[in-house]
Design a protein around this ligand. Structure first.
Ligand SMILES: CC1=C(CCC(=O)O)c2cc3nc(cc4[nH]c(cc5[nH]c(cc1n2)c(C)c5CCC(=O)O)c(CCC(=O)O)c4C)C(CCC(=O)O)=C3C
Ligand SMILES: [Fe+2]
Length: 332
């Protein structure tokens, strides 16, 4: 609990995910609408979701976070790609008499996909609801002590799950969602912010591990996962699985995956890391554990209340994190 700073509601904004098998394809169509993701990729990803019973963990995780929050405000929740849709939530907020809400987005970093697109989602939802409340997006929190403490705790815990003899020398492999190289170049006010912020967060987490006596100056890397898009468009590399192979070739025999780019253990984490990267490590004979994301760690939960109490953040410049220029359609 604490100051609510002139806000009369908190709005949690997230990605959304399917909750039953029939939801999977319509959800995926929403995600990739107009984005040139090849059909084969979509069918592959559909199979990942169906392998988990057609249920993404992300909605449950949003509900859990909301249940854990200790704020003196009514809390609402709306998604980009699946129910509860942001527009429906904004309509309900208006009907409830909300006038000015703070938005907590479940993405910590700057980039079109992780920041601007959420701002656009909020703007579109408000435009569809006459008399919609004002909605102020809270600041990026990738370097907030609450986020870092949660990730450091979970990284220590994952180190503890390695065989004892591997703990001191295990490599920390931080991962984040790959994005197109062009999107990475234009992220943030001066470009390059997505990668720079991820590096900063990884550095801060590694430093806290060092303070806990788990290896001053332990080696770490930042690599990418969950690449989408057409194959001819360059995305950030290396992919986490290729990186594990390269590490093995260098003689590294143990690692901890730290999904610093995400805030809950959603499908990209439980499939791309716990299934795919785990299989790569198994094949190589490498000891590998995966740190939990921030989730409902108490310090991450209390961070939300702390963000609410901060002075209202300045809006992003209109030129920040621009939408990608869509690749031309291949000739028919
Ligand atoms: C930066 C970033 C984040 C982190 C910030 C944030 O958290 O928002 C993120 C999160 C997520 N991405 C998710 C799922 C998907 N992302 C896709 C596709 C894409 N992601 C992109 C970027 C990001 N994505 C991009 C540039 C694309 C290409 C299409 C486009 O330009 O938009 C696709 C399409 C199929 C495919 O993977 O090819 C799916 C299904 C889920 C839900 C998981 C669940 O259901 O549990 C979450 C949290
Ligand atoms: Fe994604």
């Amino acid at each position: 609990m604490g100051s609510t700073n002139g806000y009369d509601a908190l709005l949690v904004v997230s990605f959304g995910g399917p909750e039953k098998p029939e939801d999977v394809m319509p959800f995926l169509e929403n995600v990739v609408r107009g984005r040139g993701v090849p059909r084969e990729r979509l069918l592959e990803v559909e199979a990942h979701y169906q392998g988990f019973g057609g249920v993404s963990p992300i909605n449950r995780q949003c509900r859990d976070l909301i249940a854990a929050l200790d704020v003196d405000l009514p809390v609402y929740w709306g998604n980009r790609n699946w129910h509860p849709f942001l527009e429906d939530t904004v309509r309900r907020m208006k009907e409830d008499g909300v006038r000015k809400a703070a938005a907590f987005v479940t993405a910590a970093y700057s980039s079109y996909s992780s920041c601007r697109q959420y701002l656009d989602d909020i703007a579109r939802a408000r435009a569809a609801v006459p008399g919609a409340p004002e909605i102020v997006k809270l600041r990026h929190y990738y370097d907030h002590p609450g986020f870092i403490a949660a990730m450091a705790d979970h990284t220590r815990e994952a180190l503890g799950r390695l065989p004892e003899s591997d703990r001191d020398r295990a490599r920390l492999v931080f991962t984040a969602h790959s994005i197109p190289v062009s999107m990475a170049r234009t992220a943030g006010p001066a470009g390059g912010a997505y990668e720079a912020q991820l590096r900063r967060a990884a550095e801060l987490v590694t430093a806290q591990i060092g303070e806990a006596g788990l290896g001053e100056g332990r080696a770490w890397d930042l690599v990418w996962q969950s690449r989408s898009g057409p194959p001819q468009v360059p995305w950030l590399e290396p992919d986490v699985c290729d990186h594990l192979e390269a590490l093995y070739a260098e003689g590294v025999r143990s690692a901890v995956l730290v999904p610093i780019g995400f805030v809950s253990d959603h499908m990209e984490v439980v499939y791309d890391l716990d299934v795919e990267a785990a299989a790569t490590a198994e094949k190589l004979g490498m000891a590998l554990t995966r740190a939990s994301t921030a989730g409902t760690h108490p310090r991450f939960v209390s961070m939300v209340a702390e963000l609410l109490a901060e002075p209202e953040p300045a809006a992003c410049a209109a030129t920040c994190c621009p939408a990608p220029v869509r690749p031309a359609r291949p000739p028919a």
